[in-house]
Design a protein around this ligand. Structure first.
Ligand code: ARG
Ligand code: ZN
Length: 848
């Protein structure tokens, strides 16, 4: 049951109108649909009409008013061509569904008494019979009947009365953008006026009692709307924009037309309950979903292979927005950390796939870091290659040319070709070929000329043994040994397997390569610790300044792991200078202090031909932190005191950066003062950043048991905060204790494993604990598999997504590999395994 891109055909029919009536009841909701069809001129001839439908009880079916006696199969129903007029016709269906027992959280389901929907990618077929594909776009009118006080759907309000409401969406849309919400909800509202003067009512709907946690999301929404008008010339296009917060949600949020539905943890925030990272994520996700109104909704995808068309572009846009709101340098570093941690890891293992995949079994398995984050990198590369002005012109052309359409990557690339005259055939390989290119560097200087030779290698990935060279934009700057920039940032275009670029230079320059991380590649260039320390001190490109410190730290840690070396003064002194440099942004300094992640070290060692030992990586990384803590100890108390924020909490980037650096310093200090300073700060904390941040300092040194108890006593009623409580205890447990802590937490009465956030808090934290998950006993692997098998029958999407924890097994030694293989085999053999989890397990069983 594999679907292939090459099999695409337009749908046999057009849908010109949709009218839906929902009579809501927990176990017996009736959905009446009136669908106006017409033959599709793009598919000449007479065709059967195939409608998708799953878990629907069909109660009646009429064609132009006459009953039809057709029995659905497991995935839909077919009306033979012989029964269909060769002209427009109306099909009416009545089905019954059971939202209350829908544990998959796809289609129409219930979350603590409220009805809500999730239709992307293929959930609408669980609501009614319909051609559930994104290139079938229609106008929807929806009537909701229920006693619940708030009844919402897409578009503009079109009337309401006692126990009913109607909604009309003037913009044709695919079914995946349909949404419905009904519940006892309260609104936090505001009014927005678009650039051209249209008023828009903005509402954030939450459970009673949560209204006072919506201000930041509303502020983020208003800033997003203004930003999209200013930067992309895109205005909102309805009279209302509704956002609803839901506690049970498989993903982050969903851009349904005029009715965005959010995982509550990405909406609700107050200083007492949300950390600075939470505020940052809320801002980014509110923006992301809002930006989809143009990149996703007005212009949607022809088929699900084109998912990156909307996701890559929308992630790129939300990254630009967050950079404008905060700091571009810090945002870029954070984005690259995430890209490497999730996408490079995916691209280097058995689950590697192109940004535009060409086949899938279950599309939900392709909402990945590759489609989203690497997809966004491709937009950034395009922008760099064509320049900002051409990018703006190409985007204008994209919006005018494809508004109202379901488009493809070919359409997207063509607007760039048409605006710039540039041939993007080679660039397109970035969309069709998986794997992270490796770029190696050699240099020569003869006293006059500096020659930089770049070589690219495109490693094989599953199903793609051979690859062609890509066009790689390498942003380069050159420094001289005094630290002056002698060549400002210049973009080299590497298009061949190997290319040499020359520059005249009277002194031997030091290259600053891949500035701003100009391409999602692995740059292989050996450099001395002195040179890295020099670049950390002098590089004018903030990303590469950070990158130099990171490379230095990774070299140090690698030597500790491989040769038992101890951290030398190069790194300690260089990092101390950055930490204490008040001219640098505190957020940047906090990022510089973050040690390389254990999973990242494992990947790096594996790439260098060394089998990573998770226990050893963990121990040496701790030793590295201890050495840094001792080195900085004399300066830390003063720095911590200087970073204290006077006055009430504000979530802005400046204050958040100071808190991040302060907490990083407190964490180091805890290693030498037994947690005294952190404990005192914990007692005084009046915001969640410091409340949780100081608790982490204590847990990290094996302390904090009493604080953990008090935290639960204080926050036991708050789901989003308690998710942190569950996750932190695992994340900061010593490797030998991880299985025990995770096991105990799964027996905790508040471990509601059917709630995806809570499941992820515990099992996600276990998977993310490198030394705990990869513990030699196999306990980490086993606990996760036990829980995935338990979750899968109820919620296959979340089970499948979390199974990616196993994707790195080929890096490890034979003992660990076979332990993972045994768990994968155990899951594969489980009777009734979902298509979602089966596809993932199957792909991971081969080494990639
Ligand atoms: N389009 C949504 C977003 O990018 C993601 C929804 C995906 N949901 C799913 N079940 N596959 O924000
Ligand atoms: Zn998205």
């Amino acid at each position: 049951r594999t679907v292939h891109l090459s099999d695409y055909q337009p749908f046999t029919h057009l849908v010109t109108r949709v009218a839906l009536t929902f009579r809501l009841a927990p176990r017996a909701t009736e959905v009446a649909a009136t669908l106006h069809f017409a033959p599709n001129p793009a598919r000449p001839g007479r065709h059967d009409l195939r409608l998708d439908g799953e878990n629907l009880t069909l109660k009646s079916l009429t064609l132009n008013g006459k009953p039809l006696d057709i029995i659905p199969d497991a995935t839909g129903l077919t009306i033979p061509a012989s029964l269909l007029p060769d002209a427009p016709f109306i099909l009416e269906t009545l089905v019954e569904i059971s939202p209350e027992t829908n544990t998959a959280l796809e289609g129409l389901y219930m979350s603590r008494g409220m009805y809500c929907t999730q239709c992307e990618a293929e959930g609408f077929r669980k609501i009614t019979f319909y051609p559930d594909r994104p290139d079938v776009m229609a106008r929807f009118r929806v009537r909701v009947e229920s006693d619940l006080p708030v009844l919402l759907s897409n578009g503009n309000p079109a009337g309401q009365g006692a126990a009913w409401a109607e909604w009309d969406d003037p913009w044709p849309k695919p079914a995946y953008l349909f949404a419905l919400v009904a519940g006892d909800l309260k609104a936090h509202s505001a009014l927005f006026t678009t650039a051209s003067g249209s008023p828009v009512q903005l509402n954030i709907w939450v459970r009673p009692g949560d209204e006072n946690r919506c201000a930041y999301a509303m502020d983020s929404l208003i800033r997003s709307m203004t930003w999209d008008e200013r930067v992309y010339g895109r205005e909102y296009d309805l009279s209302v924009f509704n956002i609803v917060a839901v506690d049970d949600f498989n993903m982050g949020a969903m851009e349904n037309k005029g009715l965005n539905i959010f995982n509550s943890k990405f909406v609700l925030a107050s200083p007492e309950t949300a950390t600075d990272d939470d505020f940052g994520r809320i801002e980014a996700i509110i923006a992301h979903e809002y930006f989809h109104n143009w990149t996703g909704n007005r212009i949607t995808c022809r088929d699900w292979f084109q998912l990156c068309l909307k996701e890559g572009l929308t992630v790129f846009r939300d990254q630009q927005f967050s950079g404008d709101m905060r700091s571009h340098a810090v945002k870029r570093i954070e984005d690259v950390l995430l890209l490497r941690a999730r996408q490079f890891r995916e691209d280097g293992g058995p689950l590697a796939h192109p940004v535009r995949p060409d086949s899938f079994v279950e599309i939900n398995n392709f909402y990945t870091a590759t489609v989203y984050e690497k997809g966004a990198e491709l937009i950034g590369m395009l922008k760099r290659l064509v320049g900002d002005d051409s990018y703006a012109k190409a985007l204008d052309l994209y919006f005018t040319r494809h508004d109202g359409e379901a488009a493809t990557i070919e359409d997207w690339l063509r607007v760039f070709e048409d605006t710039t005259g540039r041939d993007l055939a080679q660039f397109k390989r970035w969309y069709t070929e998986a794997g992270t290119p490796r770029v190696s560097v050699t240099e020569a200087w003869d006293g006059k000329t500096y020659a930089l030779t770049l070589r690219q290698e495109n490693p094989p990935t599953p199903g793609q043994p051979d690859k062609l060279p890509k066009v790689i934009p390498v942003a380069l700057g050159l420094l001289n040994p005094n630290g002056d920039e002698i060549l400002p940032t210049t973009v080299l275009e590497l298009t061949e397997p190997e290319q040499t670029f020359t520059f005249s230079a009277a002194t031997r320059p030091i290259p600053s390569l891949l500035r701003g991380f100009s391409a999602p590649v692995i740059l292989e260039r050996q450099a001395s610790p002195e040179e890295r320390a020099f670049m950390l001190a002098h590089d004018t490109d903030p990303f590469n300044k950070w990158e130099a410190g990171r490379a230095l730290a990774k070299d140090v840690l690698a030597r500790m792991i491989v040769d038992g070396a101890s951290p030398g003064p190069d790194w300690l002194d260089a990092l101390a200078r950055v930490t204490l440099d008040d001219t640098l942004d505190p957020a940047f300094r906090a990022l510089a202090l973050r040690l390389p992640a254990e999973d990242d070290m494992a990947a790096t060692l594996h790439a260098a031909g060394i089998t990573p030992d998770p226990a050893r990586i963990h121990a040496e990384r701790r030793g590295m932190g201890d050495a840094l803590a001792r080195h900085l100890a004399p300066q830390l108390p003063a720095l911590i005191a200087a970073l204290a924020e006077p006055g009430p909490f504000t979530p802005d980037a400046r204050a958040a950066g100071r808190r991040a650096l302060r907490l990083a310093c407190l964490s180091l200090l805890s290693r030498t003062d037994g947690g005294a300073a952190a404990r005192a700060a914990h007692v005084r904390a009046d915001n969640m950043t410091e409340d949780a941040g100081t608790l982490v300092c204590l847990l990290d040194i094996g302390e904090g048991a009493a604080e953990v108890q008090r935290f639960a006593a204080r926050w036991g009623d708050d789901r989003n905060v308690m998710d942190k409580w569950f996750a932190l205890q695992i994340a900061f447990a010593a490797p030998d204790r991880v299985a025990g802590v995770a096991g105990a937490l799964t027996r905790h009465p508040a471990f509601d494993w059917k709630n995806p956030n809570r499941f992820r808090a515990v099992l996600g934290a276990l998977s993310a604990h490198h030394a705990g998950f990869h513990h030699a006993s196999g306990s980490g692997y086993r606990i996760l598999a036990d829980w995935l098998l338990r979750l899968d029958p109820l919620n296959p999407q979340t089970a499948a997504r979390m199974s990616t924890a196993y994707e790195t097994w080929p890096r490890y030694n034979a003992d660990r590999s076979s332990l993972v293989q045994a768990e994968l085999a155990r899951m594969a053999a489980a009777p009734g395994l979902s298509r979602d989890l089966a596809e993932m397990v199957d792909r991971m069983r081969s080494a990639g």
